[in-house]
Design a protein around this ligand. Structure first.
Ligand code: AMP
Length: 139
């Protein structure tokens, strides 16, 4: 069920680059490469799980804690009016990368969210945004 050739497994193994904002023994967080809004960040456990259904509950509990920590950093860095914390399960629900992750999507007054998984962001902008989140997290 879990295929370790997915793009996030490659990012965790360091085989492809990402704009990382946080890492500990259990998870990493990095900027979404096709962000729906400024500051869109992903939180990914290092443990192998496809989705919400096969992840160990204890790992999920840690992942939620990490997601809250990173979301607080994104909030401090971008000061959006609100934020969506989203998680998709299977293609029919919008999942495109089959390694569980949480989306942190800042929402700004009067700014519609861009379409999920469509337009690649400028790398220099992602690098700047990652820097802002890292600083907000004190990393
Ligand atoms: P999901 O559709 O919930 O599986 O989300 C996958 C997310 O990963 C989408 O929001 C994509 O924009 C994002 N994404 C895809 N490839 C990369 C990548 N190489 N680096 C960072 N984010 C990515």
């Amino acid at each position: 069920m879990y295929d370790d050739n997915n793009i996030f497994a490659k990012i965790i193994r360091g085989e492809i680059p990402s704009f990382k904002v946080f890492e500990d023994a259990g998870a990493i967080a990095f900027m979404d490469a096709m962000p729906q809004s400024e500051g869109h960040t992903l939180v990914v456990p290092k443990a192998q799980a496809r989705n919400f259904f096969d992840i160990e509950p204890a790992v999920l509990a840690e992942l939620i804690k990490t997601t809250q920590h990173v979301a607080r950093g994104v909030q401090k860095a971008f000061n959006p009016g609100g934020m969506r914390i989203i998680q998709f399960n299977e293609s029919v629900a919008g999942q495109t990368v089959f390694h569980i992750h949480f989306h942190i999507v800042p929402c700004y007054e009067g700014v519609p969210l861009r379409t999920h998984n469509r337009d690649w962001a400028d790398k220099a902008v992602l690098a700047q945004h990652a820097e802002r989140v890292k600083q907000a997290l004190g990393n």
